[in-house]
Design a binder for this molecule. Structure first.
Ligand code: ADP
Ligand code: MG
Length: 154
């Protein structure tokens, strides 16, 4: 099922990310699609906030992955925008990151569509005037449950 919401400003994207994060404790794979500037990294910042991380969050474009091994949850933030060859993912040991207990946030998952395991939740962010529009799809039983909880608590 698809769930959508308008995000008025940056603070709304962060707040939505925090809410999403709160329902992802225990691990999930969140695939985040949208053009450059759509708010993907901002959403990740909100998700990290849910686990008490208040520091800077930038897109790990050149390193592909930024690890956040927090006390309650290991979170791995990927940005595959510059992924050249999907072999690079095997090289960095993608299977180690994509374990069920980890929370994996992936910007530009479409760049590695055949290499990544399926996402639980697919997020689509788009620019809408001065604000943003967010669409969530639950792709697995876990992902659907996450979406229902997020939208049930709005
Ligand atoms: P991406 O990772 O998709 O390239 P960013 O998260 O870096 O995008 O965000 C790009 C810009 O969009 C930032 O300046 C951010 O503050 C802004 N932004 C994020 N969410 C919103 C929103 N809901 N409304 C307006 N601007 C937003
Ligand atoms: Mg980004």
């Amino acid at each position: 099922m698809a769930y959508s919401e308008n995000l008025q400003d940056e603070a709304a994207t962060i707040a939505f990310g925090k809410l999403l994060g709160e329902h992802c404790a225990g691990g999930a794979r969140i695939f985040i699609k949208g053009d450059l500037g759509a708010g993907k990294t901002t959403l990740c910042r909100g998700i990290l906030r849910a686990f008490g991380y208040e520091g800077a969050v930038k897109s790990p474009t050149f390193t592909l992955v930024e690890p956040y091994e927090l006390t309650q949850q290991s979170i791995y933030h990927f940005d595959l925008y510059r992924l050249g060859n999907p072999n690079e993912l095997e090289y960095i040991g993608i299977d180690e990151y994509f374990q069920a207990q980890n929370l994996c946030l992936v910007e530009w998952p479409e760049r590695a569509a055949d290499t990544l395991p399926p996402g639980d939740v697919e997020v689509l962010l788009s620019v809408s005037g001065k604000s943003r529009y967010i669409l969530l799809h639950g792709m697995t039983v876990l992902g659907e449950a996450v979406c229902q909880k997020v939208f049930g608590s709005l």
